[in-house]
Design a binder for this molecule. Structure first.
Ligand SMILES: [Zn+2]
Length: 272
């Protein structure tokens, strides 16, 4: 049997090298496709992380129900221990977690306790422990007493505090949205998805991750727009330099992967 291109036999060394080369080329194509997929995923992760809320695993406001439950169980164990050790059962009553101010105070002082008592090398003496007592723990206990949070409760009975909706604040709230809106007076208007799609169609903008409906967008002037994690209206707004730089790096990495030429011909224009 001979190779139709070279006319050499199938067992000829040159034929074998050619076969191996063909095989390697196929494998290389698979790898390139795989890397491109990974980069796409990474870009989505980075874009999401760039807008992650601060506050971490102790920010009650940002936790989902499972995370809240886990944190509550974790902190409760510590609260039980402090009641036993510091004799504060008259302040941290069994219903402490049902009083929102106490719950949030206790989580905060627990996090500070974790930090103060965190891992240390032998002999690394510190004033963190006494600072924790003096600055965080006892002031918190006194604050709970001074504010009368849970003052009417006891081991047998919890008296629910009045709901915040009952507070007379509706009047002063009426001006809230116009006031908040005035903060962005004179700045570029937030853009909706349809407006951005039109810009992308016209070659004036580019999605970082076209497959994502919330992808950040690069304008042809090099600025980046994205949806804030806490966006009031789900619209895209310009992002500050430090965030834009993260997105720009992702975008450049994707540009390198992309087969040439780019449909918008932006590549040359926008290289620094
Ligand atoms: Zn209570």
């Amino acid at each position: 049997m001979t190779d139709p291109e070279t006319g050499l036999g199938s067992d000829h060394p040159v034929t074998r090298v050619l076969q191996q080369t063909e095989l390697l080329r196929g494998q290389q194509e698979d790898l390139v496709a795989h890397v491109a997929e990974l980069e796409e995923t990474l870009a989505q992760v980075v874009a999401a992380l760039a807008e992650r809320p601060v506050g971490g695993p102790w920010s009650w406001r940002h936790l989902d129900a499972y995370e809240k439950q886990a944190l509550l169980v974790e902190v409760r164990d510590w609260v039980d221990w402090t009641i036993e050790r510091y004799h504060v059962q008259d302040v941290l009553k069994p219903c402490w977690y049902q009083h929102s101010p106490i719950l949030l105070e206790v989580i905060a002082v627990y996090v500070a306790w974790r930090e103060a008592y965190g891992p240390r090398g032998p002999g690394s003496y510190t004033s963190d422990l006494t600072a924790w007592h003096d600055r965080w723990w006892w002031p918190m206990i006194h604050r709970i007493q001074d504010q009368h949070w849970g003052a009417g409760c006891n081991a047998a009975e919890h008296i629910a505090p009045p709901a915040p909706e009952d507070a007379p604040r509706a009047k002063t709230n009426a001006d809230f949205e116009p006031s908040a809106r005035r903060l962005i007076d004179g700045l570029p208007e937030p853009l909706g998805r349809e407006e951005l799609r039109a810009l992308v169609r016209d070659g004036e903008a580019e999605w970082l991750t076209p497959s994502s409906k919330t992808s950040p967008v690069r304008m042809t002037d090099g600025t980046w727009w994205a949806i804030l994690y806490n966006s009031p209206d789900g619209r895209w707004v310009p992002r500050p330099v430090e965030h834009a730089q993260v997105l720009e790096r992702q975008w450049r990495a994707k540009q390198k992967q992309r087969p040439q030429p780019s449909s918008t011909g932006q590549d040359e224009e926008n290289e620094p």
